[in-house]
Design a binder for this molecule. Structure first.
Ligand SMILES: [Fe+2]
Length: 169
């Protein structure tokens, strides 16, 4: 099953507007991810992997119920991708949230207590590119806006974002 088929299968029951916003967001993240890859030939980037990751990193959003906290879309998405034969990219669902989540933060957030930081170059690109595009507003965030947002969550999260920003400047 390719990424389009997977999205149709898991996201068809979503209200139309939300589904359209989700698809638009994923395509924006893909475009930015590919631009970063193009500009950073110093890294060995697997473009096919990066493309699937960008398109599917938020697939867990499609299966969220009203009762499920939004932050759980990461672990839901990982389960979907593992089940559907995308084990090689599944971790991006958990690892793209914020600037990644440490085990300690995961515990505080009510998530499984494990390290969910982006590790591979493709995961780092998708995590970074994701921060520029909201799913609720038709707006591209500036780096300053993203940094201001991270300030609310704490010094460590902000530092991790700045590290990604330096990498992909
Ligand atoms: Fe996203």
């Amino acid at each position: 099953m390719n990424s389009d088929e997977l999205i149709s299968r898991y996201c068809s029951s979503m209200p139309t507007k939300r589904r359209e916003r989700f698809i638009k967001h994923s395509k924006n993240v893909l475009r930015k991810s590919l631009n970063i890859a193009r500009e950073h030939t110093e890294f060995r980037i697997n473009i096919n992997k990066l493309t699937d990751m960008a398109l599917l990193h938020d697939i867990g959003v499609c299966q969220l119920t009203k009762e499920t906290p939004y932050i759980k879309h990461g672990i839901i998405g990982k389960k979907i991708l593992e089940k559907e034969g995308y084990k090689n990219i599944a971790k991006v669902c958990e690892r793209h949230i914020g600037s990644g989540i440490t085990k300690k933060e995961a515990r505080l957030l009510g998530l499984p207590p494990k390290d969910m930081l982006p590790r591979t170059i493709e995961e780092k690109i998708v995590c970074y590119a994701d921060k520029f595009y909201s799913k609720s507003k038709d707006k591209v965030h500036t780096v300053t806006e993203i940094k201001n947002e991270f300030t609310k969550y704490g010094e460590d999260e902000l530092k991790r974002f700045e590290k990604l920003h330096k990498l992909f400047l």
